[in-house]
Ligand binder design. Structure first.
Ligand SMILES: Cc1cc2nc3c(=O)[nH]c(=O)nc-3n(C[C@H](O)[C@H](O)[C@H](O)COP(=O)(O)O)c2cc1C
Length: 339
């Protein structure tokens, strides 16, 4: 089970046990990191004070992630979560990227002896959810943008991070990405893959996107995968996508070199941005399926005035309600590769 709050996690932390057990416990919170379709594309090996992070090659998304770009971005989010938790627990995490297709990073730690006061971004790890819907008309202050876009990176090449807030730019991102959405949903193979990751509200599955996180009541959550598979819902989804992006207070675009290390650094930076927003009670929605086609990626990248290819996009703002749900996670035992 992943812990439900930073306090619970801190209380349960095995300060008296050996470092490899401490690292395994740290992972139970780090995997709160978001991932494409909640597919959790990571695996781990723990060797004394060393954590080896792998891409989980058992998971394949040939339609939504043929190049493994989003798998690497998700692992970048995870590395940032590991870094935040390790620093809080005075474990001095040292992250280095490994240039492998499967083996992507190594992190060394010192033993945890005590937890400092819980930092706001660690609290945000447990408060964060990928929300979906129409935002309230409420701006975000410049000081929050500054905090969200300035970060200390480990030994990665930092990505470009750009924010747009003007209505015309948001509307043009909304239009471009909605057009893209209609195109992807025309493809039956895409719909089949997408639908296989949507799960009913009371499912016991530990991965996938539960209907409740798509704002669906239980009955709809049961039929939604079949509907998505059989019916082209592109127009309806494009309209929802358009309304959401156009109503947001801001859109964040991340640009980097098209390579595994570029994607990992995008994920790391995007995690800092997202958690900083959440720490200030601002919600966010990721829109990636909507930049699937090269021409859309290019035109949206131009709206952000990025010099490098657009790799990741999310919008942020405030939702009128709060939610209590948390999407599930696969247990760490099932993600550990035996040493
Ligand atoms: C790389 C990446 C791509 C994603 N793409 C989309 C997307 O296109 N549309 C969407 O609604 N959510 C997207 N998400 C959000 C995930 O579906 C969400 O993080 C996951 O279901 C886990 O839920 P949680 O973030 O609430 O914990 C993406 C997340 C990541 C990290």
């Amino acid at each position: 089970m992943t812990p439900l709050s930073a306090e619970d996690f801190g209380k349960g932390f095995p300060f008296q046990r050996d470092i490899s057990e401490q690292i395994r416990f740290l992972l139970t919170a780090a995997v709160r990191a978001p991932s494409t379709h909640n597919c959790q594309p990571w695996r781990f090996r723990v060797e004394n004070n060393r954590l080896l992070v792998y891409r989980d090659t058992r998971i394949r998304l040939p339609q939504s992630d043929p190049e493994n770009r989003y798998a690497h971005i998700s692992i970048g989010f995870l590395l940032h979560h590991i870094d935040l938790l390790g620093k809080w627990l005075s474990m001095a995490p040292q992250i280095s990227l490994v240039n492998g297709d499967e083996h992507v990073a190594e992190i060394t730690f010192s033993p945890a002896t005590k937890a400092e006061e819980i930092p706001p971004l660690v609290v945000a790890i447990f408060k964060r959810r990928n929300r979906r819907g129409v935002f309230e008309d409420k701006p975000i202050s410049q000081s929050i943008f500054d905090e969200a876009t300035k970060m200390q990176m480990p030994s990665f090449i930092p990505p470009e991070v750009k924010v747009v807030t003007d209505r015309a730019a948001l509307a043009s991102i909304a239009d471009a990405t909605s057009g893209n959405m209609k195109r992807v949903y025309k493809r039956r193979v895409f719909r089949r893959e997408m639908s296989s990751w949507i799960t009913p509200n009371n499912s016991t599955r530990k991965d996938g996107i539960p209907g409740y996180s798509l704002n669906q009541p239980t009955f709809m959550s049961w039929i939604l995968p079949t509907v998505i598979r059989l019916v082209n819902m592109g127009k309806v989804l494009a309209k929802l996508n358009n309304e959401s992006i156009a109503s947001a207070a801001a859109a964040f675009g991340f640009g980097a070199e098209d390579s595994p290390s570029g994607w990992l650094s995008v994920g790391f930076a995007a995690s800092h941005t997202a958690l900083t927003l959440v720490a200030h009670n601002i919600d966010y929605s990721v829109f990636v399926a909507s930049i699937e086609y090269e021409d859309t990626r290019k035109s949206v990248g131009e709206v952000f005035r990025l010099h490098q290819p657009l790799e990741f996009l999310f919008v942020a703002g405030t939702f009128p309600d709060e939610v209590a749900w948390m999407t599930p996670r696969i247990s760490i035992e099932d993600k550990l590769i035996p040493s």
